[in-house]
Design a protein around this ligand. Sequence first.
Ligand SMILES: Cc1ncc(COP(=O)(O)O)c(C=O)c1O
Length: 408
Amino acid sequence: MTPSEFRQQFPVLEREVYGKPLVYLDSAATSQRPVAVADALSTSMLRRNANIHRAVHALSSEATDAFERSREKVRQFIGAGSPEEIVFTSGTTASINLVAHSFGDKFLSQGDDIIIAESEHHSDIIPWQLLCSRKGSKIVVLPIDDTGRLEVEKLPELISERTKLICVAHISNVLGLINPIGQIIALAHSHGIPVLVDGAQSVAHVSVDVTELDCDFFAFSGHKMYAATGTGVLYAKKKWLEQMDPFMGGGEMIDTVSWERSTYAALPFKFEAGTPNINSVPTFVPAINTVIDSRDPLVALEQDKIKAFVYDALTSDERIVLRGTTQDLGQKIPLFSFSVTGVHHEDLALVLDKMGIAVRSGHMCAQPLMTRYGVTGMVRASFAPYNTLEEAKQFISALNRAITLLKQ
Ligand SMILES: Cc1ncc(COP(=O)(O)O)c(C=O)c1O
């Protein structure tokens, strides 16, 4: 597949904003949707709509099949051992909250701690803070250095016999650096500590094999990897899911219900209370096919060129401070967060928007990281495999013009 064939699957990229061709560089917030995903959603809504796992009629059984096919596709995609280990949620945030309640309430006690990386998204901070306030436990922070590299060498001294969980993003949504999660998991396991990986930014960009990684929990969102919104996944090792109590109750998550006592459904249904996202979950199938297409060598080559070009341009401009730097671009995805001395990030994003370029600005749901760098926000340009080198060049030239304008 050529990069332009890949791009053609995303009709929104043909549109204009303010009379200028749209350059969409906010894929880390949400990716665009390919036609195949929109078609799958439409088929589900218009041709097959029925509740799943409930009725005996034909539509319900077709909807159930589509939902479970999606689970199997996700299982294969992340290399999980069994569909019982794939829980559908509404997104990464919901997946992490599920673990914070079902694992945290069961396994954490007063005085215990959870180690969390300094660069985490709020979705991998707040659920743990809430848990700690329920339990009287505390958070221990694994720091990053100035370049954004996790200081993994400090992990052994942070681990104690009270450490019950380590939480780390596979890739930070601000820094774009691939964290050494294999190393962290191996070290954690040598102390008997489970690890939760926030994979929100990784699944669309790098291959993930949860069995090889040996992580205990892996959370991600569908909407950042081309699937419909309101879809997410929690992968969890069966041994944990078996021990954890349900997070929410109701619907088909039960086996038997009586006033005295209720028993729960088999895995993974025990963790899928209420009507799940029956129309959107099947879009994981075309979405995963799209991710697979994006790994075609020709598309990947174009991505590498874009990454090198933007990285060089941003690091060679002395007005710009790029966060998340590395000697080895193989360890970074094409996600660039930066500040411009003397220019407010919001102003820069607004001017770029008027030039047709959509970037994110603000704290990016990582306020502790902003504090670490002494800023209130940054600008982030996040590329996806549907972006072109031409767009990258337009971005850099627009950025130059915007900075010059705002610095006057
Ligand atoms: C690293 C990371 N974790 C968690 C989330 C939360 O994802 P969602 O809003 O889909 O639940 C995001 C979203 O930006 C993210 O980038």
